[in-house]
Design a protein around this ligand. Structure first.
Ligand code: F6P
Ligand code: MN
Length: 313
């Protein structure tokens, strides 16, 4: 790596993947997603905040941003030539792009996670999970790549193809260039992001959170899964939970579109992700809208959550 005069911070996404010997078709797929995100970021910045079914000043159909983001991504993926099956949180149906799965990839994605936060001008993101072949019902450990794109004050992509986790930032030319390589998590959290209503927590989860607070962990919760995980990953010390709640034993977050890709990224950085009982990446999906409770972040903390849940539920 590194021509004279070029620091590694100017390496763009395609070149990084090529220099790290990634499969050509996987590189193509990731670069198509990067292309799609340029249009998504533009829609978020300038698009109408209308809801689907309404029209704009010019009488054109207005799409809610999550529906629009879904279409943008789907179109790119479908025309990439390297995709077999697609499933999106927005459509909730498997779309077959190619009957021939050999040598192709299948993709599960959440096109605009936390889309209601756009209305209040908070950060949102796209989350993507990639498998080889045509099967989307595999445990998350079988993912060959996972990534998220965070639309915050800056747009960044955090990616792993199974060789560490790296951050790429969108520059003024809307190209992603490498900004952090091989990010690592500490063993112990100092910030925590607790999802769900506290009065619905189980005894085990309640003790876990009280314990974090007793040890001085600071609350950092935005209500957006992508920015909340990004903060924990980049600071290298934190834990996010959206636990099992009274009346909601599987919590809220979706296995295929949200939990598997984030668990893959956090494990690649040396962290852990658990339902409170077993690793997220070992769950066998049963349906496209499976949900699971999650405790994700620094290893020691996730292990302590598991111990407390085993003892107290
Ligand atoms: O898609 C689900 C989501 O919007 C995530 O981004 C976020 O972590 C979670 O829901 C927030 O849920 P709640 O509003 O219950 O805290
Ligand atoms: Mn979501």
């Amino acid at each position: 790596m590194g021509e004279p005069g070029k620091t590694k911070f100017q390496i763009n996404l395609r070149r990084y993947l090529r220099e790290n010997d990634e499969n050509r078709d996987l590189t193509r797929l990731i670069c198509e997603i990067a292309e799609a995100s340029k249009y998504i970021v533009n829609s978020i910045r300038t698009g109408d905040l209308g809801v689907a079914g309404t029209s704009n000043l010019y009488g054109e159909e207005q799409l809610a941003l999550d529906v629009l983001s879904d279409r943008i991504l789907r179109k790119r993926l479908a025309h990439s030539g390297v995709v077999a099956n697609i499933v999106s949180e927005e459509t909730n149906d498997i779309i077959t792009v190619s009957e021939e799965c050999e040598g192709k990839y299948s993709v599960a994605y959440d096109p605009l996670d936390g889309s209601s936060l756009v209305d209040v001008n908070l950060a949102v993101g796209t989350i993507v999970s990639i498998y080889e072949g045509g099967n989307l019902f595999l445990p998350g450990r079988k993912q060959v790549a996972a990534l998220y794109i965070l639309y915050g004050p800056r747009t960044t992509m955090v990616l792993s193809t199974g060789n560490g986790v790296h951050e790429f930032s969108m520059n003024q030319l809307m190209e992603y260039t490498l900004t952090r390589e091989n990010m690592r998590m500490d063993e112990k959290a100092s910030i925590y992001a607790p999802g769900g209503q506290r009065n619905l927590y189980s005894k085990g989860t309640e003790s876990f959170v009280s314990d974090l607070e007793r040890h001085g962990a600071k609350l950092r919760y935005s209500g957006g899964f992508v920015p909340d995980i990004n903060q924990i990953l980049l600071k290298g010390k934190g834990v996010f939970l959206y636990p099992h709640l009274k009346g909601h034993p599987n919590g809220k977050l979706r296995l295929l579109y949200e939990l598997n890709p984030m668990a893959f990224l956090i494990e690649q950085a040396g962290g852990a992700a658990s339902t409170g009982r077993i690793p997220i990446l070992d769950l066998q999906p049963e349906g496209i809208d499976d949900r699971a409770p999650v405790f994700i972040g620094c290893k020691e903390d996730v292990a302590r959550a598991e111990t407390m849940i085993a003892e107290l539920g």
